[in-house]
Design a protein around this ligand. Sequence first.
Ligand SMILES: C[S@@+](CC[C@H](N)C(=O)[O-])C[C@H]1O[C@@H](n2cnc3c(N)ncnc32)[C@H](O)[C@@H]1O
Length: 233
Amino acid sequence: MDNKFLLPKKSERIILLQRIDLASPFEKKLRKLFGRYIFSNFITKYFLNKKNIASNYYETMLNEYFSIKHLINKEDKLFLSIGSGIGGLEAIINERLDNKSFYFIERNYISKKVKYGWGGMNNAEAYNNFDLQKQFLENNGMNKNNFYVFDYDRDEFPIMKFDIITSLFSLDYHYDFNLYIDYLKKVSRNDTKIIFDTIRADYFLKIFKNVEIINTELDTVHKSKRIVCRNFI
Ligand SMILES: C[S@@+](CC[C@H](N)C(=O)[O-])C[C@H]1O[C@@H](n2cnc3c(N)ncnc32)[C@H](O)[C@@H]1O
């Protein structure tokens, strides 16, 4: 992956919708001018400048990897990603660390009205495509026996004890953490690291014995914090 990902054809649009910070200043202006509906359904479909997305997405995901690298030990083998998008972060982890298995819970559609905000229990936003995600992961070095993709809307979730659970700008950023709380209790040990972005870090002091802020993001719409939580109360 020489400083850029190998992107499947037509994946640029979902990557941009998943990571709106990859839009150029001009595209961001168009989004402001025409609104989110026209931006997600027309502008990104027909007028997207695809040129730098492979390298910019790689750089963004590499920085995300650096933000959590210190939390990953050699013994950590089982990874769960909730709302991973196409999987850039996991491709980077996989490239650097041996013998990992990756489980993904995502959604397999693109909502018509992409709203990059807090949806609470409403939980209706999605912008992913499983064919593109699987192709992306294989293109970027992941062996197809090492990853499993589960559809939030159709599949039974995997039941096992995970070592690391990540959800960047998804769980408790778009939709309420409580949608997953019972499931996460089932699939975590006391030392499982659960890493996600939230605007209400303090709230999690009531849910976990151990909550640590690892990053504060002042540029996102919500000025969120990245936290790592361990050990449900
Ligand atoms: C803003 S994107 C972030 C993608 C990726 N984590 C990243 O940082 O680039 C949010 C992702 O959450 C997914 N999503 C939305 N609702 C979900 C749910 N209930 N469970 C799992 N994933 C969900 C969307 O399809 C989308 O890919």
